[in-house]
Write a protein that binds this ligand. Structure first.
Ligand code: AHR
Length: 481
């Protein structure tokens, strides 16, 4: 029997809603036939975007969506995506499996999509292949007050007199890799140049510097060393961690279930070590973590398009458990995290939706975001779990408190054994009136398909918090009281 202690007097900080953010890139099936079906489509849409996705994004209270990449952003020219005559370009991200970029979805369309979803937009600016002035002009186009500049008037002629809601801007993407193959030293110099030009024209915008990849702490150290003396305009450090894969996305073994979860759990070490370096340079207030790409990365081909879309993969209960574990880590370390964006929203990597033609289904990961949504904006509570040392049989837990209600989210990392626990509150009474939801399946490989879209969905369960509660193997539970 495990005991979960909720240490109410020990609050870690407020969980920024943006930690529950999303990411969409112009690759594979994310945009075209993913979120976008076109205004003339017979598929129900709002101004060309799948209605079903918009409605479901509202249900999970999606706070922010990153766009247009990823590495795609580093060859993106925003001028291609506005106005009437839009050019067709090469999509240089591995040529996105031979697909070209029609630019049907550009700044106006994407800002609309965010607004329909009730989310803010986070734009990633190209710092590899255009000069800073070009990005400043994009910010002027997007953010200047109605009628105030020539670009604001152009925006108005294109149908949007008022500024767009784009409070967050990334300065480059993966500049240690396909974003210019820069050294940290070079990147930091470039960041200072771009951020002055961008930040001076939009002082309220949050600017995020390109952070490290996974365990590359040298990038963190070297960029912090140089950025600490920059006079202004840095509001976050955008790091990436993909936990990757272990075995087949659908036919994995019990050992591979645990192997992948162990890789995902390393997110905690990455957060702590980066934070240690950021703090050592006194950058805690300016370089909070923006984990703007995270998730599993299985070999492609298991999704509905069977390899027709770059990086499209199916998503099982194991991927849902990676989500539960990762979001619990984020909640626990919310004092260090400004934002996080799961990669990606539709038909790509750790997706919440799989779509194609008239089909559109949610993955088990979507349901985790639904079960966790009330953590957004809540105070994170410190949690201790007894008898939790053996990873294979442990529970991942986080808890938060908002508007007089506690939300506890629990994942049973064992794929062989149910677990029993009691909830113990320190500094608060636990009320008996609890609502609980359970995402579960006898089979850890369970997933949703176009033919069986509700194979894995949460169910409401009755629990009595004065007694021990059972959480089945490979299951995720949310309890609210
Ligand atoms: O999410 C897919 C790709 O992964 C992105 O383009 C890039 O930023 C990362 O390497």
């Amino acid at each position: 029997m495990k005991k979960i202690y909720l240490m109410y007097p020990q609050k870690t900080g407020r969980i920024a809603p943006e930690i529950y953010g999303h990411f969409t890139e112009h690759i594979g099936g994310v945009i075209y036939d993913g979120i976008w079906v076109g205004k003339d489509s017979e598929i129900p849409n709002i101004n060309g975007f799948r209605k079903e996705i918009i409605e479901k994004m509202r249900v999970i209270k999606a706070p922010v969506i990153r766009w247009p990449g990823g590495c795609f952003a580093e060859s993106y020219d925003w001028r291609d995506g506005i106005g009437v005559d839009r050019p067709v370009r090469l999509n240089w991200w591995k040529n996105s499996d031979g697909k070209t970029e029609p630019n049907e979805v550009g700044t106006h369309e994407f800002a609309d999509f965010c607004e329909f979803c009730g989310a803010s937009a986070y734009f990633a600016a190209n710092m590899t292949s255009v000069p800073p002035l070009h990005i400043q002009r994009w910010m002027d186009y997007c953010l200047s007050p109605k009628g105030s500049t020539t670009l604001a008037l152009e925006r108005e002629r294109n149908g949007h007199p008022e500024p767009f809601n784009i409070p967050y801007w990334g300065v480059g993407n993966e500049n240690w890799g396909d974003g210019g193959d820069m050294t940290p030293d070079h990147y930091a110099d470039e960041y200072r140049r771009y951020s002055i030009v961008m930040g001076n024209c939009a002082p309220k915008a949050e600017l995020y510097a390109c952070g490290s990849n996974a365990f590359d702490y040298n990038w963190t150290t070297e960029t912090m060393r140089k950025l600490r003396t920059s006079r202004k305009h840095i509001n976050g450090f955008a790091m990436h961690y993909y936990c990757g894969c272990a075995g087949d996305p659908l036919e994995f073994t019990k050992e591979e279930w645990t192997e992948l979860l162990k890789k995902a759990a390393r997110m905690e070490e990455i957060i702590e070590k980066n934070w240690h370096i950021i703090s050592a340079y006194g950058m805690e207030d300016r370089a909070k973590l923006v984990i703007d790409e995270w998730g599993c990365w299985h070999p492609g081909g298991s999704g509905p398009s069977k390899g027709g879309n770059l990086f499209e993969q199916q998503s099982t209960m194991r991927d849902a458990m990676v989500s539960a574990l990762t979001l619990n880590i984020f909640n626990k370390h919310c004092d260090k995290i400004r934002m996080a964006n799961v990669a990606q929203l539709v038909n790509n990597l750790h997706a919440l939706f799989l779509a194609g033609g008239e089909h559109c289904i949610t993955t088990p990961t979507y349901h985790v975001f639904d079960m966790y949504k009330e953590h957004q904006g809540a105070d994170s509570i410190n949690v201790t779990v007894t008898d939790n040392e053996k990873f294979e049989n442990s529970l991942t837990v986080s808890a938060s408190f908002k508007d007089g209600k506690t939300l506890v989210t629990i994942g049973n990392l064992s794929c062989t054994e149910d677990a029993e626990f009691t909830l113990e509150a320190v500094g608060m009474e636990i009320s008996k009136d609890a609502e609980a939801a359970l995402l579960t399946s006898d089979d850890m490989h369970s997933h949703n398909t176009f033919d069986s879209p509700e194979n894995v969905v949460p169910i409401n369960v009755d629990i009595d918090l004065t007694k021990a509660v059972t959480i089945p193997k490979n299951s995720i539970m949310s309890i609210r009281f």
